[in-house]
Design a protein around this ligand. Structure first.
Ligand code: ZN
Length: 221
């Protein structure tokens, strides 16, 4: 798996500092479980933080703890070879990266999707402490588009399956799109399989079209 798109450095720094709200932290942790490059970036950020706190012995300790956590996440492929192969693969949840399994213990098969628009479905997984940010799954059928929208806050999207394309390029499995409130875009799922994403959003998405704006309260998105 080649991962081309990673979280912004500010997002990784907030994750490293433990200040990200749960929905965002869950997306970053899941991305890191899928991406050795992402884990290396976080190690570097943490090393810089450790150097800044050079005189503090606690910083050394937390560096080691973070390294162990990152090592334990492992790559998906590594994880499957480490666990009992046959038994592990038999369980649907084990197909998911480790940090995601606590939100979807029954695996993707067990998700109860909510119709959100033609070819588009969502499922809420968790809410942030402030009650505004939320973690959800987004499923877009191959070749279908998500209506053009802006963001009321940061939108962090991790591709779990399939791929989509927008004006920023193609985003495939393991890639992250990290957008702030200034971004407007219209993702289109690549033809073929469904594109399934793990998404953290803050506040509501703002749709551009009049019809979508009228329908938004019904969809609850
Ligand atoms: Zn968006």
């Amino acid at each position: 798996m080649t991962i081309n798109h990673h979280p912004d450095i500010t997002t990784l720094m907030a994750f490293s500092a433990g200040t990200l709200d749960e929905p965002y932290a869950a997306v970053v942790a899941t991305h890191l479980a899928m991406s050795e490059g992402g884990r290396e970036s976080l190690r570097q950020i943490n090393a810089i933080g450790g150097a800044l706190l050079n005189d503090e012995p606690e910083a050394e300790l937390s560096n080691g703890a973070l390294d162990r956590l990152l090592d334990s996440l492992g790559d998906e492929d590594d994880r499957i070879t480490v666990t009992e192969p046959a038994a592990a693969q038999a369980r649907a949840a084990d197909a998911l990266p480790l940090p995601l399994q606590r939100y979807i213990p029954g695996g993707l098969e067990s998700v109860r999707w909510k119709w959100t628009g033609p070819g588009v479905a969502t499922a809420d997984l968790a809410w942030g402490k402030d009650g505004r940010s939320r973690l959800m799954l987004l499923r877009v059928a191959g070749g279908r588009r998500v209506p053009e929208h802006g963001h009321g806050g940061q939108e962090l999207t991790l591709i779990l399956q399939g791929a989509y394309k927008d004006r920023f390029g193609v985003f495939a499995k393991g890639d992250i799109a990290d957008h702030d409130e200034d971004v407007e875009h219209q993702p289109i799922a690549e033809p073929g399989e469904d594109c399934i994403c793990l998404v953290a959003v803050d506040a509501k998405l703002t749709f551009q079209g009049r019809l979508m704006r009228a329908l938004q309260p019904l969809f609850g998105i």
